[in-house]
Design a protein around this ligand. Structure first.
Ligand SMILES: *Cc1c(COP(=O)(O)O)cnc(C)c1O
Length: 409
């Protein structure tokens, strides 16, 4: 198989040289939105991704969507019809999840630093509360007594292994997330003496991983650890969240995740888990993988200028709407996201140019010296792979420019 030079963007067809989003030409879509910049998410692509993933997963396995990847209410509502549950990480995300009508038992609230107000909100809502520390458990127990409700509790475990080659590691070693695995047996015994409704365990290791072998290894270790820890639980596990970490290709040379080895490993483990933990709903939680490739960010060209032999395409969008594409959301080495001139997809006239935004900082860069169609004022620059960690992961008030619009097509 030939390695593609650019990350694949074939999910959006081209007609008459113009990108189609939800079957609508990008130029027309921009008129329909009424302003630039904007994010557009394609509901058919969202549905197709979930369907493709479901076909690869054992049927008894549940799929959760992590709202933090993209909390746009219309998109979350669309996802509610596709997945089995949601993961939220704040009181606001919790309200967003509840608005969809999904049953509270299928909504999980994880994250360090949950305030008393958020915990009280989660208790009242009857969602599963993922405990990140011993003191959080103490606070929850106190709040439960005050409210008189019985909180549904999941213990988040910080395992002693990690998800290798992840874009972001979130477990193994010392972490702000979860309770260290070696302390969990004692905590589980203690939970048995508290007035809490114990549901199960969450073991989440990392994010943005494109190596199936690393995911398979972490899933195997996760299942082994879950079976071991379950022996110390105050009652049979009704819930086991094995994390996710599935990545999407962003940069030249990156290939889509090969699901086949993951499918085989899950097919091997699910009967064993069903035997060991017969009451447990086994959940895979994913954000980026479900929504990332279904979204684009679109900005209009305001100016083009030459400076000492280099061409700059200046747009009305930039890092204030799309921090990740500018390379400033945790990347160690800046690489170009897949970018194109959306209304000139087949243009023969091409050039090397840098796409920049309107902010007064050199960090406001959407494409650095990239080969693109020759863009003029009014053309539409498209950043692909923008459906996850886009607008809400960006410093939208930095320099006080207009907000970007979001649409679901
Ligand atoms: C962020 C996060 C996710 C989603 O990660 P993706 O890489 O977007 O799939 C899932 N679970 C937890 C606990 C998270 O913190």
């Amino acid at each position: 198989m030939l390695k593609p030079v650019h990350a694949p963007q074939t999910q959006f067809p081209i007609h008459d040289g113009c990108l189609l989003v939800g079957g609508i030409a990008l130029t027309r879509l921009a008129q329909r939105v009424g302003s630039t910049p904007f994010y557009a998410y394609d509901r058919v692509l969202l549905s197709a991704r979930v369907a493709q993933l479901r076909a690869a997963l054992p049927p008894e396995m549940c799929l959760h969507y992590s709202i933090k990847a993209n909390p746009m209410p219309a998109l979350v509502q669309h996802m509610a019809g596709l997945v089995d549950g949601f993961d939220v990480a704040s009181g606001r995300e919790l309200r967003c999840a509840l608005d969809t009508g999904l049953v509270p038992e299928h909504i999980s609230f994880a994250g360090p630093g949950k305030t008393d107000a958020e915990l009280a909100q989660a208790i009242a809502a009857q969602v599963l509360i993922h405990i990140e520390s011993v003191s959080e458990l103490e606070r929850l127990d106190r709040l439960a007594t005050v409210t008189g409700y019985l909180p549904r509790v999941v213990v988040r475990v910080n395992p002693d292994f990690e998800l290798k080659s992840s874009g972001m590691k979130m477990a193994g070693g010392a972490r702000q997330f979860g309770i260290d695995a070696e302390l969990v047996p004692e905590v589980l015994r203690w939970i048995g003496s508290l007035n809490l409704d114990f549901y199960g365990l969450q073991i989440f290791c990392g994010s943005q991983n494109l190596k199936s072998a690393a995911i398979v290894e972490a899933q195997t270790q996760t299942f082994q650890l879950a079976i071991e820890l379950a022996q110390h639980a105050p009652r049979a596990l009704r819930f086991l969240n094995i994390g996710g970490g599935f990545g999407i290709p962003y940069f030249p040379g990156e290939l889509p995740l090969d699901l086949d080895p993951i499918t085989r490993n899950l097919q091997h483990w699910m009967p064993l888990i069903t035997a060991a933990l017969p009451q447990a709903r086994v959940v895979l939680e994913l954000g980026r993988y479900l929504v990332g490739e279904a979204g684009i960010y679109v900005a209009k060209v305001i100016d083009r200028k030459e400076s000492r032999g280099q061409t700059f395409i200046v747009t009305d969008g930039g890092m204030h709407h799309h921090l990740a594409a500018s390379g400033n959301l945790g990347q160690v080495i800046r690489k170009n996201y897949p970018v194109a001139v959306g209304n000139k997809m087949n243009a023969a006239e091409r050039e090397f140019s840098s796409v920049v935004g309107p902010l007064c900082t050199p960090l406001d860069l959407l494409a650095d010296q990239m080969e693109l169609a020759k863009a003029q004022t009014g053309d539409l620059i498209v950043v692909f792979q923008s459906g996850a960690y886009g607008l809400t992961a960006s410093p939208v008030d930095f320099l006080g420019h207009a907000r970007a619009v979001e649409i679901l097509v």
